[in-house]
Design a protein around this ligand. Structure first.
Ligand code: ADP
Length: 269
């Protein structure tokens, strides 16, 4: 266990930026991985379409088309329809992924918007899917949450941090199997989202330190001890709260409350 000891505001600011870059890098790797499958399907189908067209061209080049050739033409047309259906799905998938990227970064990073949290959390899970081993089960119940006024890019980063911590907690512990439960509930004046994991949990002493800058128990790995600090800053800027409930051997639950509207004058960091 170590305390990285990020000292001074300048050092903290640049460390926070480094953490953002690390998140961005992981995001890119996740998106690249997710886009690769539909893109691979499109590339090989493109080849199938080219070969089918060339065959159709050959058959129709003759003035006379016999019964056998006609049957082959019908078969090719049927196959092409199937190929295009797969392509439709693949294109849809790529467009959705690129669309979700826009909500995670880019020029509108600083934009305030009124959005539902379910979409952002699902996008975070999609991006993290390549990090989630088969031993981890994810359960989510995020239906019926009202949209809230927020900085969507920041809120996405917040849930990304909590989910990544939950994944790492389970992976680094025991046989690496466990369950992550994400549950959202409507409150009169906002939304409460709980991210719960069946990882090793934390002692009260550990819980007191986890929001400190540079505090990490994951030295030598991806961890830089800033994920929770940044998460708390994001929650504070939104006029919300973040709490942890945990005991050794009993997993951890992070509860995030975000109000329906941003506090008056909520500005940029
Ligand atoms: P990092 O993940 O880079 O270490 P964080 O600020 O996200 O930094 O977390 C700080 C520390 O809090 C972690 O090193 C870990 O000890 C503890 N922690 C965070 N989330 C969990 C969790 N879900 N279960 C157990 N420990 C956790």
């Amino acid at each position: 266990m170590s305390d990285g000891g990020v000292e001074g505001e300048g050092a903290l600011a640049s460390a926070v930026n480094a953490d953002r870059l690390a998140t961005l890098g992981m995001l890119m790797a996740g998106i690249a991985h997710e886009i690769n499958t539909p893109l691979g399907a499109l590339a090989s189908n493109h080849d199938v379409v080219k070969r089918s067209l060339s065959r159709l061209h050959d058959i129709l080049a003759d003035d006379v088309v016999d019964e056998q050739e006609l049957q082959e033409v019908r078969k090719i047309v049927r196959a092409l329809k199937g190929t295009l259906r797969v392509n439709d799905l693949a294109v849809e998938r790529v467009l959705a992924l690129v669309g979700s990227l826009r909500s995670f970064g880019g020029p509108d990073r600083a934009e305030v918007d009124r959005v539902g949290l379910a979409e952002g959390i699902e996008t975070a899970l999609t991006i993290l899917r390549h990090r989630i081993g088969t031993g981890i089960q994810v359960r989510q119940d995020l239906e019926g949450l009202p949209p809230i006024e927020c900085y969507p890019v920041e809120v996405n980063q917040l849930f990304m941090n909590l989910l990544l911590n939950a994944i790492q907690a389970i992976e680094d512990h025991g046989d690496g199997t466990g369950v992550i439960t994400v549950q959202g509930r409507r409150r009169e004046d906002g939304v409460l989202v709980e991210v719960q994991d069946t990882g090793p949990g934390m002692t009260p002493e550990l819980q007191e330190r986890i929001f400190e800058p540079g505090f990490t128990t994951r030295e030598g790995r991806v961890g830089m001890g800033l994920g929770l600090l940044i998460s708390r800053q994001i929650v504070d800027r939104h006029g919300g709260s973040i709490e942890v409930e945990s005991a050794p051997g009993e997993g951890a639950t992070f509860s995030v409350f975000l109000p329906l509207s941003l506090p008056v004058g909520a500005g940029r960091p």
